[in-house]
Design a protein around this ligand. Sequence first.
Ligand SMILES: C[S@@+](CC[C@H](N)C(=O)[O-])C[C@H]1O[C@@H](n2cnc3c(N)ncnc32)[C@H](O)[C@@H]1O
Length: 341
Amino acid sequence: MSQDEKAPQGPESIMQMLQGLQVSGILSAGIALDVFSQLAPAALSAENLATRIHCPPRSTRILLDSLAALGLVTKSGPLYGLAPVADQFLVQGKPTYIGGLTSIFSSTILWTGFQRFADAVKNDGTILPEHAETPRNAFWEEFAKGSAAMAGPAAQVLDTLVSGFITSRPKVRVLDIAAGSGIYGYTLVRHPNVELTSLDWPNVIAETKQWGARLGVDPARTRYIEGNLFDVEYGGPYDLVLLSHVYHHFDRATCLGLTQKVAKALAPGGRVAVQDMIVDDELSNAGAVLFAAVMLAWTRKGETYSERDYKQWLTDAGLVWGGAHLSAGMPSSWVFADKRR
Ligand SMILES: C[S@@+](CC[C@H](N)C(=O)[O-])C[C@H]1O[C@@H](n2cnc3c(N)ncnc32)[C@H](O)[C@@H]1O
């Protein structure tokens, strides 16, 4: 799409952008009050739903009408039902449920960060006292709990991209750095020859372990390293190191230093797999471009980087560039590099 085609038309489109917080607030309330799960078995009147969600009838009706205006709820006479998209993605208990993403996309941190986004621009970085690099930040626990809906499909993409590498070796020692939910490593440990080590802050590793138990991962095949990824010893050597959604928190010098530390922990012939939002000079990946604003709002020096940047860091660390693979339907890509034998 050309820049002209993307350009907002008329004042309404500008007003709609300014009202973006309303949409997030209304949808988040619908999810928090579990409106969608309540409407899943059968359409209900506002009064009936109000009793079930323990809210007054008037405010429940206003919420339902707002959700209808957003196209997530249908209205037929006095009865409110679910639009197909809400039925698929916002009903608790369904495998496709993504309502847990409210704790990430409409978290207090982001509301506060974007309320003061102009200050972050002036400051060239977050003005939040508790930010992405604050040790043991409780936000990362919420992220680990709520990010499975994003990590699950992306981990399947990773599995497809590295399964040849894994099956061609008798044993593959995997290190998942800044593991969060741990789902990337847990997906690979389904290969019987994989041994997994997951690393994150201690408060996050508690959540990582819970995901392992939920997914039925054999505890004997996983090991955990708790602490700051810049300070802890990685041990190793490892055959495959995963870094998913890590680089964007840091400035270029830190990204290079991290890559060099990872390269040292790799066994000869080992591979590093990095997943991140990748931008280009044409700004063709709008999701990745806007994500840089999220990083400006809540990190000191983070942003989104180009394929050129990743290639530079990986090759400067002595690795052999293996190319980038856009994950279909997602704003993130996987990039690979190998250590020479
Ligand atoms: C955006 S999340 C990515 C989680 C997971 N890799 C994924 O892609 O879903 C970033 C993760 O990095 C971890 N993290 C950030 N800074 C860290 C540090 N200095 N040491 C250890 N973990 C860190 C956070 O706790 C969080 O789990």
